[in-house]
Design a protein around this ligand. Structure first.
Ligand SMILES: [Fe+2]
Ligand SMILES: [Fe+2]
Length: 494
């Protein structure tokens, strides 16, 4: 399907014209040769899989990495200069991993807005290189990607290295593009399938590039992350909600940046009772957030893969009433590997058309956006569902997105990774006349019933999930899968 083109307003025409020219991007990232020598160093004996994830709000960040099984302590040093003069030390905790070594987790707090920080991570007598990141101001920019799929179906180091280089270089390009446009990205949002097989080596590759260590990296769990157990130990997220029924690898979590509440959910887990409870709690803690953005893995409205439509219909029954009830503005998705942006959706119908270049003020519904895979684009011609406003004209095109959060508006721009040119863009605006839509009582009743059915389904679904993991040789139990028990210290719950 071709991208749907329509006339745009004069204002947007100017904006798009300015953005439409490819930003000159220098050779972003590394060459394969440079990467090979860097990667050997990076994945040496210590501090593997170092990742910085969001803290509960913009004043904090969560750091984690693999540490030796004998490690007794872990800490992050933070300073406002590259020489680390006057560095402040934050001490964390060590959790056991499936492999028997440890995962270091350190939360850094008290960060000030629009400030550049430098950090090193320390455990087992090793200290990482010095990396840096910058905190957000009132507005901020985030990169949105999905289905990074580090590696294939094997644990091949060469495959991991190749895909890790691709990912690192695309992040580098997004940093250059956003910087050239006036505000460099400070966050990467990834809607699942970070790995292909859920191997630890894939998560080490995922976090290997220096580019990803200078942004906070928020990830949701994909079905491929659930093919192993390592994602559970790899991530370190704030406000994780471990309710009644979970995936073994983790629960939903939330964080805020500026006036945006991000709710990151596990769509592998059908337990609607838990997802509803999570969203209720997250919103109750952040009642004044102007924007609500959700991220999870499964594509709901693209309808590009007919063989998945039975599953998708179940997912739409479960999830769309939740997004309607809680007035979610934007839902970021993946899984189909087919880029699509829906119209404004409410009660499973398009209520306002959304096309490339459109600006929608006070939308009475939700935009569902799916990005394509960064390493595994799906070839072939697609027919999109009738609720899709922006599609893609070349299914093999690799795209990424930069989302500018500007207080009263959110601008989403999709870039072609081949040349950093703009592929499509749209904007959501809220003014003082914006009012939340109140969901009908009968729909709430139906939604609670669907939630309960989803939770019962999840209880039984976890039996097959556990069996599949056991068949692969993982030593886990059904109860551990069901209740997401942690080995070691637990995350704070919302
Ligand atoms: Fe995928
Ligand atoms: Fe997937």
């Amino acid at each position: 399907m071709k991208k749907l083109k329509t006339p745009i307003s004069l204002l947007l025409a100017v904006i798009m014209l300015a953005a439409g020219f490819a930003v000159p991007v220098s050779a972003a990232g590394m060459t394969a040769d440079d990467w090979n020598s860097y990667y050997y160093d990076e994945t040496g004996d210590a501090l593997k899989g170092l990742i910085m994830q969001p803290g509960s709000d913009e004043s904090s960040r969560s750091f984690s990495w693999y540490a030796d099984k004998d490690a007794a302590a872990c800490e992050v040093k933070l300073a406002d200069n590259e020489d680390m003069r006057g560095a402040k030390t934050f001490t964390g905790a060590l959790d056991g991993t499936y492999q028997g070594d440890k995962r270091a987790r350190v939360t850094v707090t008290g960060l000030e807005a629009e400030t550049k920080y430098f950090y090193t991570c320390i455990s087992d007598g090793y200290e990482s290189d010095v990396y840096s990141f910058t905190t957000e101001g009132d507005g901020f920019s985030a990169m949105f990607v999905t289905d990074i799929h580090i590696s294939g179906e094997t644990d091949s180091l060469e495959d991991v290295k190749k895909d890790a280089l691709t990912f690192g270089n695309i992040v580098s390009q997004a940093k250059e593009v956003s910087k050239a446009n006036g505000r460099e990205i400070t966050t990467v949002l990834s809607a699942g399938d970070q790995a292909s097989s859920g191997f630890r080596s894939e998560y080490i590759g995922l976090t290997a590039s220096e580019a990803i260590k200078s942004v906070d990296f928020a990830t949701s769990i994909g079905n491929h992350d659930r093919k192993g157990v390592d994602y559970k130990f790899f991530k370190s997220v704030p406000n994780e909600y471990n309710g009644l029924v979970n995936s073994y690898q983790g629960g939903d979590y939330w964080f805020t940046k500026g006036d945006v509440l991000f709710m990151v959910m596990d769509s592998n887990n059908g337990s609607g009772v838990d997802h509803h409870s999570f969203m209720q709690k997250a919103i109750a803690k952040n009642p004044d957030a102007k924007w609500r953005v959700c991220m999870m893995h499964h594509d709901l409205w693209g309808q590009t893969l007919p063989h998945r439509e039975q599953e998708n219909e179940f997912l739409r029954l479960l999830w769309t009433p939740l997004f309607d009830e809680f007035n979610v503005d934007l839902v970021l998705l993946g899984h189909s590997h087919c880029y699509s942006v829906s119209n404004i959706m409410y009660n499973k119908e398009s209520v306002t058309d959304l096309r490339d270049g459109y600006e929608i003020t006070n939308a009475k519904g939700t935009v569902y956006m799916v990005s394509g895979s960064l390493t595994r684009p799906r070839s072939g011609d697609y027919t999109y569902g009738g609720n899709i406003g922006i599609g893609i004209d070349d299914s093999e095109k690799i795209v990424y997105n930069i989302i500018d959060f500007n207080g009263n508006d959110i601008t989403v721009t999709t870039y072609d990774a081949a040349d950093a040119s703009v592929y499509a863009s749209f904007r959501l605006v809220k003014n003082e006349e914006n009012k939340p839509v109140k969901i009908a009582f009968w729909r709430v009743l139906f939604s609670r019933f669907a939630d309960l059915c989803g939770t019962i389904f999840a209880v039984f679904n976890n039996i097959s999930v556990t069996k599949k993991l056991k068949d692969k040789g993982y030593d886990i139990s059904y109860l551990k899968t069901l209740f997401n028990t942690r080995d070691g210290a637990s995350s704070p719950m919302c």
